[in-house]
Design a binder for this molecule. Sequence first.
Ligand SMILES: [Zn+2]
Length: 208
Amino acid sequence: MMQEKQNSRRRKITEFIIPARRGKSFKVRKGHIIRVTDVEGCQVGDFIAFNAHMISEHFRTSHTRVLNNKIYLSTGNKLYSNLCNPMFTIVQDTVGKHDVIRAICSEPSYRVRFNYPDHDNCVDNLTQSLKEIGVEASFIPDPFNIFQNVDLDSCGNFLVKEPKSKAGDYIELKAEMDCIVAISACPQDLIPINAGNPTPLKISILEE
Ligand SMILES: [Zn+2]
């Protein structure tokens, strides 16, 4: 009931689809909320962000792990920058399992790991989508892997699993600063990260 009341005060500013295997960049103002919805289920979104006023400040996974003192982020946790400033707070999360450890997929990673250099990849998706809004990123930081389901066994080995997200599941990130955001609907179909079947994501920008 409280949740419904909270949501009813919100206004949707815009909404769009990131097609399967592609990326999209956009600006978000401090206080606005990005809702990332898994449209069909089992789809990872690679999420990065830059300070809109100083692009040298960007999301940093290592500070985020340390400042939250955990590797599994959910409601109430924050995403931090390379300057240890909070960039986003997770305000709602219907899944509760995301990843902030594994590297982003890229041309080199498909080449080295799978001998498949021509595979669609998240680094190219994010770089291209940033260019489309006029941002020349000198590098792509490691991402917050939304809906990605990776565990560690007792020896520290990765256990890569299918996402727990079902169709319609979502996470909401409230911006703590004006940001440039880029999200890739991860095209990885060679391991279970996206259950072998990359699908779209829906992005909604909300204000309270
Ligand atoms: Zn990827």
